[in-house]
Each structure stands twice: as C-alpha cells, then as structure tokens.
Write a protein that binds this ligand. Structure first.
Ligand code: AKG
Length: 281
C-alpha cells in the first residue's frame, strides 16, 4: 500500500467509496482554487458550458498547467494506485463548481453509464478545493450500489441538472441510505464507477468547487467504435487502447486547445454511438 490503509481499501471494495483522504494542505488547495477562479470563471455556470463553445469544465488538464499538475499529483496517484494498480490513465475530468444560492444539482447516476469502458474498474478521485458539506451541496453516495451492475438511466430535461442530458437512474433510490461525502479543501474522496451518487444545490455562502478525475488502469478499454484519447499519468501503457494526450505547454497554448478540441470531439462522437454514454461528465 502506498498511502491507503487496508481498512480504506476494504471499505472501497465493499461499500464502493472511501473518504476523506488528505492529499495536500489547505494552503495548496487554496492555490488550486485561485487557479480555477483565474482560468475558469466563465465555466462556473453549466448553462455557459453547454453552449457548445470550448468547455473548460471538461478535461481542463488538457488546457491549463494547474490542472495538468493536479491530475498528476503524487498523493492523488498514490491513493489511486492502491485501488487500481501502477499503470494509470486519466480518462476524463470534470470541474464541479456550484455557486452559492444556485439551483444547480446532480441527479442520481452511475459514472460508468456514460463512459463505455470495460471492465468497470474506473475510479473517480473527487478533489475538494473548497468546503464540501451538506450546506454547500456535497456529493452523496448510496453504499454498496457499485455491486448492482449497470442500471438503466433516462434523460431528464431540467436546466438545473449539471449533467449534459440530465441522465438519471430509472429506479427509486433509497436516499435514506445515502452517505454525505463531507470534505475539507485538500481532501479527496474515491468512488467506484458503478456507485450511485448525486448532489443537492449549494445553500451555503461559499462556492463549492471540486474536480472529479476519472482514472483507469491501462488495461481498461473503450467498447465503442470511436478511438478515444486519455493521458498516461503513471507507469506504462502496454495496451495502447487510447491515443495518448499531450500535456499543455502553457495555459491555452494553441497545441493544447487543438488537443482538447480533438479529445472532446471524439468523446462526443463516442457518446452518440453508445446510447448510455453521454456528454459532459
Ligand atoms: O460534484 C458533484 O456534485 C457531482 C460529482 C460527480 O457526479 C462525480 O464526480 O462523478
């Protein structure tokens, strides 16, 4: 084990998640938060992000140096390695920014529904850059749901939903069992790709900013016909299931913008060929 305890790994395997795990100091988290605010303010509003122009919310690690560094943060990778092994790719990343008083929320869903990856081994590291609690609308996870396999989802056209099509699990989720994932800046949670989770609106006074980084072991492949891209962030890629993405040379470097556009376009194309897989997530 690199940093997780055996109990933490057992909890992840049995319950589908683990938290909190401190990966950086509150000061370092504040530095990242300021970088997010400096580079991505326009993306705080999902309506903006949906306009079809370049979305900084999705895969910001292809566009900005701070994000490229964050997805390669040694302690985040150590925790992820304890769960999925030493050869690690970033498949996706979403910035989850809820402003105070906004009605934005995330419906009950399983991440794996959207990605078309097999086997179901992807883990999301959710990095808190501001306080994430019941007031600010933290993530809530229903324990042990990761063992239920892929559940059907339906599109729910509601502009408050922060998923591109409002993809929502089609069954009654027993919310009474949901665990609030309360995190302080600099802590992460880790959740399994099949764990059902959601989050409520931010009723607090501070922004709620988190970055959800989807990591996969290099042997995981995409099942659709589109060849997708991913970033090798630790170890070796001996499988070649993805075109490897470049790290940005500087913020919004023209090559970085082009790589982001290519990666995003393929992701959307894949989402059309796999009905369960949908866009911005
Ligand atoms: O941050 C949120 O409220 C939702 C996060 C989420 O759905 C995810 O990281 O998979």
């Amino acid at each position: 084990m690199k940093i997780l305890t055996e109990d933490a790994v057992r909890h992840y395997k049995e319950e589908g998640f683990h938290f909190p795990e401190r990966v950086m100091s509150a000061e370092d988290a504040l530095w990242y938060r300021r970088e997010v605010e400096r580079t991505c303010s326009a993306s705080a509003n999902p309506a903006e992000a949906r306009k079809g122009t370049i979305s900084y919310r999705v895969k910001p690690y292809l566009l900005f140096e701070w994000a490229a560094e964050l997805v390669r943060h040694p302690r985040v990778l150590d925790a992820v390695e304890d769960l999925i092994g030493p050869d690690i790719l970033v498949f996706h990343t979403t910035m989850w920014w809820k402003t105070p008083g906004s009605s934005n929320r995330v419906p009950w869903h399983q991440d794996g529904t959207y990605f078309g990856l097999a086997p179901f081994e992807h883990v999301t590291a959710w990095v808190a850059l501001s306080p994430s609690n019941l007031e600010t609308g933290c993530v809530r996870i229903v324990p042990r749901t990761h063992g239920d396999g892929q559940l059907p989802h339906a599109d729910v056209p509601d502009p408050d939903l922060m998923l591109s099509r409002g993809q929502t699990v089609v069954l009654n989720v027993d919310e009474s069992k949901a665990v609030p994932v309360i995190l302080s800046p600099g802590e992460i949670s880790l959740h399994h790709t099949m764990a059902i989770h959601a989050s409520d609106p931010n009723t607090g006074t501070d922004d709620r900013i988190g970055i959800g980084i989807s990591y996969i072991p290099a042997h995981v492949r995409h099942v659709g016909p589109t060849r997708l891209t991913a970033s090798l962030v630790r170890g070796e890629d001996r499988y070649g299931h993805f075109d490897l993405e470049p790290r940005p040379l500087s913020d919004l470097h023209p090559d970085a913008v082009a790589a982001h556009r290519k990666s995003d376009a393929r992701f959307w194309e894949a989402s059309r060929s796999i009905p369960e897989m949908a866009g911005i997530h």
